[in-house]
Design a protein around this ligand. Structure first.
Ligand SMILES: [Zn+2]
Length: 277
């Protein structure tokens, strides 16, 4: 005689003992399943009684299950946001610089609108590899706006890194010298692959051939992979080229700046007309 395979499903197909509804005493039917060929199999579960008490117990059980699932999804989401925040480099006083806490300076309503739209349409912009180029004089909230966009996108579960150009170069330099944690390669890889890279205060960093090469690698790599950057700077194009080309390599400096403009929307801040400066 052929022994049935032990699969744990044996109780399915077997008659279950009689069972009454604990609320109304109604005898519960064992559920069945009819296959395409017409055969009917007993299932290892009972029907749910149609009495109000049994129905409401079932509804409560389903609601509890849905709530547990919702909480599980929310917890996963919260821990993902937490991890993305930790990896973003947003900390200290920047942690509160969101789009909600951004106080719009007079004349910069458009900049905020562009930032909000950018967040709303980030998927589309990311496909195009387009970022933002925020420029204007000191203290007009460029950094706040850039970090605000970063915050909002992290909430949407995108990987974002926010750093000043100076800090990026210091980190890479430290890793080359062995004075900072991690390797230059790993750091560069993060800058080259995150969904959005925010480079704050471009033009303020110390310029050497080496730092130019690093920035060039970052911008070229992201441009080729169509990954967006948000740049903030105090300088006009001409000034930025001057500052990047301290060692007189104006051609490389100009190509960095023109590449940046190709991959960003111009966002003048503090009502400044950048082009006319
Ligand atoms: Zn019942």
């Amino acid at each position: 005689m052929e022994q049935a395979m032990k699969t744990g499903l044996e109780s399915w197909f077997q008659p279950l003992p009689d069972k009454q509804c604990p609320f109304c005493g109604h005898m519960l039917r064992q559920l069945t399943h009819t296959v395409a060929s017409g055969e009917t199999y007993l299932l290892g579960i009972y029907e749910t009684c149609t009495c109000a008490a049994a129905q409401s117990e079932q509804a409560a059980a389903m609601a509890a299950k849905a709530e547990a699932e919702r909480k599980r999804v929310e917890d996963t989401r919260a821990s993902t946001v937490h991890a993305l925040m930790a990896a973003s480099g947003i900390r200290g006083r920047y942690a509160s610089r969101t789009l909600q806490t951004y106080a719009v300076p007079p004349g910069d309503e458009r900049a905020l609108k562009v930032a909000l739209n950018y967040v709303l349409k980030f998927e589309e912009q990311r496909e195009k590899g387009m970022g933002l180029y925020l420029y204007g004089t000191c203290g007009v909230g460029k950094t706040h706006l850039a970090y605000g966009v970063a915050h909002a996108l992290i909430e949407q579960l995108h990987s974002v890194i926010c750093r000043s150009a100076t800090d990026i170069l210091l980190e890479l330099r430290g890793q080359m010298d062995g004075t900072a944690n991690g390797t230059e390669y790993e750091t560069m890889l993060r800058y080259l692959t995150c969904d959005l890279l925010v480079i704050d205060d471009l033009g303020k960093q110390q310029v050497t051939d080496w730092s130019m090469a690093q920035l060039s690698t970052i911008f070229d790599g992201r441009c080729q992979d169509m990954l967006p950057v948000i740049v903030t700077t105090n300088y006009s194009d001409a000034e930025l080229i001057e500052r990047l080309a301290l060692r007189s390599d104006k051609k490389t400096a100009a190509s960095i700046v023109s590449r940046l403009h190709e991959m960003t929307y111009d966002v003048p801040m503090s009502g400044q007309d950048y082009r006319s400066r």
